[in-house]
Write a new protein. Sequence first.
Length: 246
Amino acid sequence: MMEKLFDVKDRVVVVTGSNRGNGLAIALGLRKVGATVIRIDLGFDEKIGAYDIEFDLSNSTEIGNLVRNVHNKYGRIDSLVNNAGVTIPSSNPYIDDEAYEKTMSINLHSAFVMCATVCPIMAKNKSGSIINITSLGAELGFPNNPSYQMSKAGLRQLTKALARDWGEFGIRANNICPGYIKTAMTTKSFNNSELNNQRSDNTLLKRWGEPEDLIGPALFLVSDASSYMTGTDIYVDGGWTANGGL
């Protein structure tokens, strides 16, 4: 029994925003342990999965067809990882409507539509795991990026709503909340020695995270090892949120 606890062999897992960074690491990690991984992104630097789909998630009216095509091809969807996300620099984010609309569209609305389409499919099998990739910004205040923080806070609460509404159908929904991970999105602050050190010093482990640090939590939530967990947050932040700062 124990050897099957983390077994995800042949489970069909959809991972959005998985061309690079955290999404790619999660997709590769799950694939290596036997999951059938479907990656969704605007484009792919390299094909690695059984079914990589180039798709613009801001095109929300076509998400339903996207999900149904995956279901028709594989006959099931066991897990959905909503990882796709953008952060858009702006000289004045409080009046930049374009940045606001695009951020909310990708980070929150597309995840909502993905979940709304996937949940009825999972419900037919009385089983499913939804993993939303949120952020420290879903709970803590950071400067000059309100749209991103709003979108991630909304995603975090969407998870709890999903857990409440779909639990009776065997569907679990949980958040993975990364801290500062070395990806293309964080390159600017990582390459700034002062900001790099500030980020590291604010963690208890005194280092930045790597995308591969998210593989274990994702595997845990996809597998039966987390079968009694839903509506909760798993922080993968090096101890950032636990740091009292003294």
